[in-house]
Design a protein around this ligand. Structure first.
Ligand code: 5AD
Ligand code: SF4
Length: 450
């Protein structure tokens, strides 16, 4: 019998990317093989995101398209996983009755059994969400090169869920209460990855600052903070670079900030979402810090690691945001001068508190504010990039083609390097020193001095 093929399409954040890898590996263990063309696969998994209405619309239109693909490929099974699955459940099935399985964020480890059940019972919904969830011990395939050659960096999920309830955010509803993985599971996973040739690890969680605070993570029951975990990971031999994401500024500890000073392989790059530059808006967002407190964190981080490159997330047009509030966000941008940022128009999400707030900002005002913010950020990013001109930076090689090499600095800047004369022995994951001679808005150019 031919093996069933699967195709996974991932939307959203790195957490979803890691979850897709876990599902893919689980399916391989159940005898499936990865296919190259979505419409021809026996099983299509959409791992979905519901952070903004637009993300959800993308999923819906792809599901509409798959209805036709399934009509001409009768054996096809369609599975919706991730945040839309978790949040919409039954409602999704009503709109999209051709879906065979809806699997929630805590059930991905059981995807093999759930699919088998759904083959006899199409329209199966597995979205239970437990408060005292134990993230199963799951080790990556030790032969990383088995399906994807030249992998050199990986995400490692260290916790799931969120307890913060920012008023605009679906995550607490789609990913449940915060739970941390056991230290030993995380360390064992990273050791397997390093043995498989991985050089860079990014630790993932919705709010890594609160790692180890909601459940016991050590065998002896002693506490282990996120900063402690970073030190433990950094001590594992063989890793060149360590990163993490994401942090809520409200509980960013001095102990964690000191890691940027004390751990050499911790990259000088920090994504610290501020969301808005007005105290009134931050309060309604339930962020629990003030602009002043945020700026103090930025100063402290820069005192510990002067070259640290900061990035952020911004929401414009949160309900009730006045021109003056928005000006506060623009002022904050001038003060921090982020190396880069992700900025979004506020989007109402079902079940969140802000969906019920009055004073919604009109769409055209949101658009104008977003354009203004992004235009200024682009200028600042270019100015920031120009600060690197003439300096020599270490890059980790990501890809190589006939005439150029693409790599990334520790500060997370992409650098293109002319590869002529470098020979054939350069591999993804290698470290090279490059002299930066050109700065664009989104990337740098460097040359190798031989
Ligand atoms: N509307 C717009 N942006 C949002 N984000 C989260 N929820 C919403 C929403 N309802 C943004 C935040 C967050 C990033 C991942 O997405 O900036 O940090
Ligand atoms: Fe999207 Fe948030 Fe879910 Fe990630 S956790 S997939 S960003 S809704």
């Amino acid at each position: 019998m031919n093996q069933r093929t699967f195709f996974v399409k991932t939307f959203g954040c790195q957490m979803n990317e890691r979850d897709s890898e876990i599902m893919s590996q689980t399916l391989s263990m159940h005898g499936y093989v990865e296919g190259m063309v979505m419409e021809q696969a026996d099983l299509v998994i959409l791992n979905t995101c519901s952070i903004r209405a637009k993300a959800e619309q993308k999923v819906m239109s792809l599901l509409g398209m798959l209805r036709k693909a399934k009509a001409s490929n009768k054996g096809m099974q369609i599975c919706v996983a991730g945040c839309v699955a978790q949040q919409e459940g039954e409602k999704l099935l009503e709109r999209m009755p051709h879906v065979d399985l809806i699997i929630g964020t805590q059930n991905i480890y059981r995807i093999g059994e759930c699919l088998e059940y759904a083959r006899k019972n199409p329209g199966f919904i597995a979205i239970d969400l437990q408060d005292n969830y134990d993230i199963p011990r799951f080790m990556p395939d030790s032969d990383l090169s088995a399906n994807k050659p030249a992998e050199f960096r990986k995400f490692v999920t260290i916790m799931q869920g969120c307890n913060n309830y920012c008023s605009y955010c679906v995550v607490p509803y789609t990913r449940g209460r915060e739970v941390s993985r056991k230290v030993s599971d995380i360390i064992d996973e990273i050791k397997v990855l390093i043995e498989g040739g991985i050089k860079e690890i990014t630790l993932l969680g919705q709010n890594v600052n609160s790692y180890g605070k909601t459940n016991i993570v050590t065998d002896n029951g002693l506490p282990c903070s996120f900063a402690d975990l970073l030190h433990l990971v950094a001590e594992i031999p063989g890793l060149s670079r360590l990163r993490f994401t994401t942090s809520n500024p409200k509980d960013l500890s001095d102990q964690l900030m000191r890691c940027f000073r004390d751990i050499p392989i911790l990259c000088p790059q920090f994504h610290l979402p501020v969301q808005a530059g007005s105290d009134a808006v931050l309060k309604r967002m339930n962020r629990k810090y003030s602009v002043q407190q945020y700026l103090e964190l930025v100063d402290t981080l820069r005192s510990y690691r002067p070259e640290i490159a900061l990035s952020t997330d911004i929401i414009v047009g949160f309900p009730g945001e006045t021109e003056e509030d928005f000006q506060g966000t623009m002022d904050l941008l001038e003060q921090v001068r982020y190396h880069g940022s992700f900025s979004f128009k506020y989007s109402d999400r079902p079940g969140t508190r802000s969906a019920d707030f009055d004073d919604k900002v009109p769409e055209d005002v949101k658009t104008r504010r977003l354009i203004e913010f992004q235009a200024r950020q682009d200028e600042i990013s270019l100015e920031r990039n120009r600060e690197y001109l003439g300096s020599t930076k270490e890059i980790m090689v990501e890809s190589i083609n006939s005439d150029s090499i693409k790599g990334r600095t520790t500060t997370n800047h992409i650098v293109h390097v002319d590869s002529s004369g470098l020979g054939d022995n350069i591999r993804p994951g290698d470290l090279l020193m490059t002299e930066i001679y050109h700065a664009g808005q989104h990337s740098l150019k460097g040359k190798i001095n031989s």
